[in-house]
Design a binder for this molecule. Structure first.
Ligand SMILES: [Zn+2]
Length: 954
């Protein structure tokens, strides 16, 4: 069927046939010999693309051809997870060139695996080859002579990873073509490759996302092919990019919040590859992008990385030129953030290579030039790029291995700074510390614990305060040395403030001023000690310190349950540890009456932080009370404290008084589906489900009016849900007024502000340009209330009145006006310089229950152009520091600092019997910003009891 017009001519005839089985008849009439079901992928016959993937390859017939598993030519449709696995399992059985290893499982239970493909001879000595490579990775104590010997016999390893974004499907299909050549190839080039390179193929990095997009594409397919690049055939919310929880796993390499990442860390570090390939797709109207990458590049990647990438890029370019395929390099895809696959590879010493094919998502598509790109051709591009990379590695093996060792020597010696250490002081929040240890040890970083006090010089804390004097840290501190094989990662993840080069800064500024375009691809701040808000410093070790290695942990589970000699009058759990929230969830689920304190209180030698939880015996009479409390404590891993008296030993609160407020069990609804942002929806969902273990219901944003919202007392609106707020304004207000806790995150907060839905009195700065002085005064009043100093003499003598009159205006950063510019034009200009994601200093209001478990200062990741101003009647729980102090890390232009300084990050307002809570940027972003996640957890778990009122039982 070449002409769509011919099909249209049939339509009236078909419609006039009143036959129940019209569709199958239509199929046989219109689909050129296909059977009754429609055909996925490229059309058979004239539209198909049948070029061989590798012109010079010859194949043994005795090895499974993927085409026989797929029932059609390899790459002509998207292979399912099961089909991919069937091919690799068959090969592992029938060939001595390949071995299959599992390295974990996805959330939905799909095995994660990789295959090692090399000659049978190399397989027989794989242990020795791995040992050599491990020595090159960790050359501590390796003499020049020994190093040279290893280089002489070592083989390069390549890790070839495909389709980490599940709807960028062509990579996985290309992995079949690549593996088939390596396993079945009999030509001289393939045999040489097998002899000289150890190739590890990771064919399907995101099985859950791939399965989702395959199902969507199949469900939206029909008998006729649409070549339109838009449309549901290519996916609908939440598409296939993320994994089960919709996490972008190409942003998860630092934190490993997802099991797929954790398994892959361990697997890749087993091989220490010199090359790591990560095959992606981009807009379907685009051509093909590969490295060398764009500026800026993270300073902690291997020396000369771009030069190494040029070797691989040159090889891909040569191969593509031979087909006259279009491509480009360096136009985008910078190497600044270390959470991408290729950047992470660099932190292990490998050369990371990324390529991006214009995505057609399994179906042919017409490009703007009119050219139709078949799916199989897109797979062909990926296969050719992969082979070209392997050829470049083979052809320059000695050069790459030599550079790999040289850079590893630089990192472990790291002269002259080889006593640089990252130190984390011991604290009460073991959930946070154990998360850091899990993240670092999971990636092979060596972590030690000090068993003596020690001193550092040149010490800087996480808020950027540098000490001229030597600084002492106590026994129990974690010590992480920069001079170790994974030292690049230690610096890249834990440095407080990695700064762009002057050149990169100049180039970004020019692009913003001239084109209003940022060259930055993703968030610019990710520092682990900020994301986890740890009491940490960087310094140089001075003198000796005794240490013990810290083993890899999944969790430092205190789990301390007291021995019950006498039945206590009450139990308590310290809110200083994030696990207290998990305990609250478990205890409320078990039907216990749980209180939260609004003041610290004392237990023996220990002071429990404000927000700590109290369970009183007399309110929980009944069978199994103690058992239920103990079970909740065991499940959440908290330390349970018992009280034999309700009388406070100091002037703190007695346990039966009004400083303990009763919690209300949260009945949580999370708004999902379009138009919410899939990935940030996923971050909130993952947090509720896997960190808090909180029962919740996901409601469809498209059908919000069909639900009885009275069943819920907490409603969470993820970023992207602004239009849902606007559409359901009245219903939401009625629900909040009757006692609901509405929690909005990120840009959805803007929809609730005074100028829009009006459910909050908070305003966007752009709507309050003539009232900036008023809002600045509110911030000033709050800040001065933190340190109240009363000079009694001055009060009684009247001198205070005189002094106040003379007080000068506070200093602030101000970006000059251009003469004649209106306030609106100036604000629009300033918004141009909004951060892409910078770590900012927040000041927490410690009286608020929302800040339980937090200190007075908290690092907050913030991006975007919306600055929120809160009037005096609004409780601003976290406010950004003044402009001159607000930046902790990441790029923040002075214009942005002026707009964001003093603005609100977290606000709470009572509305009727309920409350509105706004997080003006995403809390708990990407699953590892646990410092801001804590505020979100407090909002959800403590909110219904502490900030809203529910009718009392009677
Ligand atoms: Zn991608």
């Amino acid at each position: 069927m070449k002409h769509p017009a011919a099909l249209l001519a049939f339509a009236p005839l078909l419609l006039s046939v009143p036959c129940a089985c019209a569709a199958p008849h239509m199929a046989s009439a219109l689909t050129q010999g296909a059977d009754d079901s429609f055909r996925l992928g490229d059309p058979a016959g004239s539209g198909s693309y049948d070029a061989p993937f590798f012109i010079d390859a010859r194949y043994s017939a005795g090895v499974t051809d993927p085409a026989s598993v797929l029932g059609q030519a390899t790459g002509s449709r998207m292979a399912t997870d099961k089909e991919l696995r069937a091919c690799f399992e068959a090969w592992a059985k029938e060939s001595d060139r390949v071995k299959l290893f599992e390295h974990g499982s996805s959330h939905e239970g799909s095995p994660q695996y990789h295959v090692v493909v090399t000659s049978a001879k190399n397989h027989a000595r794989l242990g020795a080859l791995l040992a050599d490579n491990a020595r090159l990775f960790d050359p501590r104590g390796l003499s020049e002579e020994e190093g040279a010997k290893i280089l002489e016999r070592a083989l390069p390893f390549a890790w070839m990873g495909y389709s980490i974004h599940g709807d960028e499907t062509s990579g996985s299909d290309a992995s079949l073509a690549l593996a088939h050549r390596l396993i079945a190839g009999t030509d001289a080039t393939t045999v040489a490759m097998l002899d000289e390179v150890v190739c590890v193929i990771d064919p399907i990095m995101n099985p859950d996302g791939r399965q989702r997009i395959l199902t969507q594409s199949q469900q939206m397919s029909g008998y006729t092919k649409s070549l339109n690049h838009k449309g549901l055939l290519r996916g609908r919310w939440p598409r296939g990019r993320g994994n089960h929880y919709l996490f972008d796993m190409n942003r998860d390499w630092i934190a490993g919040s997802q099991p797929e990442t954790v398994g892959r860390w361990e697997a890749i570090l087993r091989y220490h590859p010199q090359l790591l390939v990560d095959a992606h797709e981009m807009s379907g109207l685009d051509t093909y992008l590969f490295y060398p990458q764009a500026d800026p590049v993270n300073p902690h990647v291997p020396a000369g990385l771009i030069e190494s990438q040029e070797v691989f890029g040159g090889a891909i370019a040569g191969a593509f030129d031979s087909y006259s395929w279009d491509y480009y390099t360096r136009e985008w895809a910078d190497g600044w953030a270390p959470f991408y696959s290729d950047a992470w590879a660099g932190l292990t010493g490998a050369v990371g290579i990324l390529y991006e094919q214009g995505a057609v998502i399994g179906n042919p598509m017409r490009r703007e030039s009119g050219v139709v790109l078949s799916y199989r051709e897109s797979v062909h591009h990926q296969a050719v790029a992969s082979w070209a990379c392997l050829e470049a590695l083979r052809g320059n093996a000695d050069w790459f291995l030599g550079r790999y060792l040289a850079d590893a020597r630089r990192v472990v010696a790291d002269a002259p700074l080889n006593r640089d250490v990252f130190v984390v002081r011991p604290g009460e929040n073991t959930a946070r510390t154990s998360e850091l240890v899990r993240i670092l040890t999971g990636q092979g970083v060596e972590v030690e614990r000090a068993i003596s006090d020690f001193v550092t010089t040149n010490t800087t804390d996480r808020f950027g305060v540098a000490s001229k004097e030597p600084v002492s840290s106590p026994t129990g501190s974690l010590i992480i040395r920069a001079a170790q094989p994974m030292g690049r990662a230690v610096r890249a993840y834990c440095e407080f403030d990695t700064k762009l080069s002057e050149e990169a800064l100049q180039s970004e500024r020019e692009s913003l001023e001239r084109k209003n375009e940022s060259k930055i691809y993703d968030t610019m701040a990710w520092s682990l000690p900020h994301a986890l808000d740890l009491d940490a410093v960087w310094g140089t070790l001075s003198g000796e310190v005794k240490t013990r290695p810290v083993p890899s942990v999944s969790r430092f589970n205190k789990g301390m349950i007291p021995h019950l000699a006498d039945l206590p009058v009450a139990y308590a759990v310290d809110a200083a540890d994030d696990s207290a929230l998990v305990f609250a969830v478990q205890a409320l689920d078990a039907g216990l009456q749980v209180h939260a304190s609004d003041k610290p209180f004392v237990h023996g030698e220990h002071t429990l932080a404000r927000g700590s939880l109290l369970i009183r015996r007399h309110e929980n009479e009944g069978d199994g009370f103690d058992d239920r409390v103990i079970k909740a404590a065991e499940t959440s891993g908290v330390e349970l404290r018992t009280f034999s008296t309700g009388l406070a030993p100091d002037d703190g609160p007695d346990l039966g008084g009004g400083h303990f407020q009763l919690l209300e069990r949260p009945r949580v609804a999370l708004i999902g589906n379009s138009p919410t942002s899939p990935d940030t929806f996923g971050h909130l969902w993952h947090y509720l489900d896997t960190r808090l273990g909180l029962v919740h219901t996901i409601l469809d944003a498209q059908s919000l009016s069909s639900y009885d919202l009275r069943r819920y007392n907490v409603l969470i609106m993820p970023p992207g849900a602004g239009s849902v707020v606007t559409r359901h304004k009245e219903a939401l207000e009625t629900w909040v007024r009757s006692g609901g806790t509405l929690v909005a995150c990120g840009d959805t907060s803007a929809a609730l502000t005074a100028e829009r839905a009006g459910l909050s009195e908070v305003v966007l700065r752009r709507h309050a340009l003539d009232e900036l002085a008023r809002y600045a005064a509110v911030a000033e009043r709050e800040r001065s209330a933190r340190e109240v100093a009363v000079d009694a003499d001055a009060i009684w003598s009247g001198a205070a009145v005189e002094a106040a009159a003379k007080q000068e205006e506070t200093e602030s950063v101000s970006v000059a006006h251009v003469a004649g510019e209106t306030d609106e034009d100036r604000d629009a200009w300033m918004r141009r310089f909004s951060p892409r994601g910078a770590m900012l200093l927040g000041e927490a209001r410690v009286e608020s229950w929302l800040s339980a478990g937090a200190g007075e200062q908290v690092p907050v990741l913030f991006g975007g152009s919306s600055a929120y101003l809160s009037p005096a009647g609004v409780e601003t729980v976290v406010r950004f520091a003044p402009a001159k102090d607000v930046r902790l890390s990441g790029l923040l232009w002075p214009e942005a600092a002026e707009r964001i300084g003093d603005s609100a990050w977290l606000t709470r307002e009572s509305v009727g019997d309920g409350q509105v809570i706004l997080f003006t940027s995403m809390p708990g972003f990407r699953g590892f910003h646990l410092a801001t996640a804590r505020f979100f957890g407090n909002a959800v778990v403590l909110g219904p009891g502490l900030g809203a009122s529910a009718p009392s039982p009677w």
